[in-house]
Design a protein around this ligand. Structure first.
Ligand SMILES: [Zn+2]
Length: 236
């Protein structure tokens, strides 16, 4: 009986925590308050759990932690980017990882992601020249995946980061953001992987566009940015 009560309380609190994410509606414009590492967001937009060619990576992060919110114009840019990619890279799927909480503020373990301008995107993977999505389905564990300096998975060398698809995504994202009054302020990708990215056709364009990739990072933080790339946006 006692076990049952505890279980009911847990379930009930999980449902209650999820309610805002279930019923929230996007309306009007968002307002950034403070900085990316010490700030909030007013009237954030909730990203969809999934679209035709993209998904939010984790039910837990989406519904329970509520990290699926972002500034309204960055929201617009993200959605427009995926619809452009639907045509430019058909049959390819993308994943969004942690963004910001509904009202912003600190979220463990991220120091940034506080004011609705930071988004983590999952590094897309290929095997034998074809996209492989099996590792995209492991939720929060995906943050723990490790890759070597060439972007090959440590558990299976045939699985590699798809640098071309990733560069293409960042490039379109910057273009749509600029159309919506924002720009990419900074990309964080493990510094050892950048040469692989810039080697690609779209990577070369990223370079020409002078999108800022962080040059050096403390080792621990650097190593965390291989399974995802972090993007900070800023108003133009
Ligand atoms: Zn991040």
């Amino acid at each position: 009986m006692k076990k049952k009560t505890i279980l009911t309380i847990i379930l009930l609190s999980l449902v209650l925590t999820s309610l805002p994410q279930i019923f929230y509606t996007n309306n009007g414009e968002s307002k950034i308050i403070g900085k990316v590492n010490n700030g909030k967001i007013h009237n954030a937009y909730k990203l969809p759990r999934k679209g035709k060619n993209f998904k939010y990576y984790s039910y837990f992060s989406y519904y329970i932690l509520g990290r699926c919110y972002i500034h309204s114009l960055i929201y617009k840019s993200i959605i427009e980017t995926y619809s452009i990619l639907e045509k430019e890279n058909p049959d390819y799927s993308y994943r969004i990882m942690d963004c910001t909480k509904r009202k912003g503020g600190r979220q463990f373990p991220h120091k940034t992601h506080q004011n609705g301008t930071s988004v983590d995107f999952m590094t897309p993977l290929i095997k034998n020249g074809k996209q492989i999505t099996i590792y995209d389905k492991i939720g929060s564990l995906r943050y723990l995946m490790k890759f070597n300096h060439n972007g090959e998975s440590r558990i299976n060398k045939n699985v590699k980061i798809d640098f071309e698809a990733m560069a293409q995504h960042i490039l379109i994202l910057d273009k749509t953001a600029q159309k919506n009054g924002f720009r990419i302020r900074k990309v964080i990708l493990e510094t050892n992987l950048k040469d692989e990215l810039f080697k690609t056709k779209y990577g070369n364009e990223l370079n020409k566009r002078k999108i800022y990739f962080v040059k050096s990072l403390p080792k621990k933080i650097d190593e965390l940015h291989d399974d995802h790339y972090h993007i900070d946006f800023a108003e133009i």
